[in-house]
Design a protein around this ligand. Structure first.
Ligand SMILES: [Zn+2]
Length: 239
């Protein structure tokens, strides 16, 4: 078919632009930061689930410690009361004996509570240690996520800019091209999903490399300077 030198040059330029847009778009889609951000967010979810588990453990440990402290405080009060009663009883030995037994019982329970208190305090300290670790992990992951997001915005932004510049160039190039040739190019590009124009290379299509037999080659050459590959239907520039 008829095409001017400018049309052929514009066709090749269009193809170059389109391939570059495809390359940069793929690069944008495959930026490694996407996977990094996703994986960091997943880790954060896991750590946050652990954080709420540990918060529940802490609540339980505090409750236990409070229960022990409260019981001990009430026993201390009772102990003081019994002691005062013993002192007030003076010579009443039978009464004093029962009170002394009661005192011993209280002391025994308080000793056992002191052990429980130590164990509960140790448990609380352990849980607080875990909490500290989790807080550091959360902070660390937040920092990693932010860095990946910033890097993604920077690199992705540069690619998006590049792509929109190429698209502006493409419009200008397409605008200068014969509309019929442009329509053929768009069709071939949509079909091939990539390279849409080749050059005839001897008796082969420069794009799909198929050899074109005698009769078809003669027909094709009659279409010079622009024909269609009988094999892959791409546009062929016939020099
Ligand atoms: Zn071909």
């Amino acid at each position: 078919m008829q095409a001017s030198r400018d049309d052929l040059a514009a066709l090749l330029q269009l193809q170059q632009i389109d391939l570059e847009v495809m390359r940069q778009t793929k690069q944008l889609e495959e930026l490694p930061q996407r996977a990094t951000i996703l994986s960091v967010r997943q880790k954060r979810e896991t750590v946050e689930a652990k954080r709420s588990q540990v918060a529940a453990l802490r609540k339980e440990a505090v409750r236990k410690l409070t229960r022990i402290t409260d019981e001990d405080a009430s026993l201390a009060k009772k102990e003081a009361g019994v002691q005062a009663a013993i002192e007030a009883a003076h010579g009443d030995f039978r009464n004093a004996e029962a009170r002394t037994k009661e005192l011993a019982g209280i002391a025994k329970r308080r000793a056992s509570l002191a052990d429980d208190h130590d164990a509960a305090a140790a448990e609380l300290a352990k849980v607080e240690g875990l909490e500290g670790q989790i807080e550091r992990m959360v902070a660390d992951l937040a920092e990693q996520e932010q860095a990946a997001v910033e890097s993604f915005q920077r690199e992705g932004g540069a690619l998006k800019n590049g792509i929109s510049q190429l698209q502006a160039q493409r419009s200008a190039t397409a605008g200068g091209l014969d509309p019929e040739v442009l329509a053929l190019y768009e069709k071939a590009a949509a079909r091939s999903g990539g390279v849409a124009v080749g050059r005839l290379d001897g008796n082969r299509c420069g794009a799909c490399r198929a050899s074109i037999d005698g009769g078809r080659l003669i027909d094709l050459k009659a279409q010079a300077p622009l024909g269609t590959c009988p094999s892959c239907k791409r546009l062929l520039i016939i020099a």
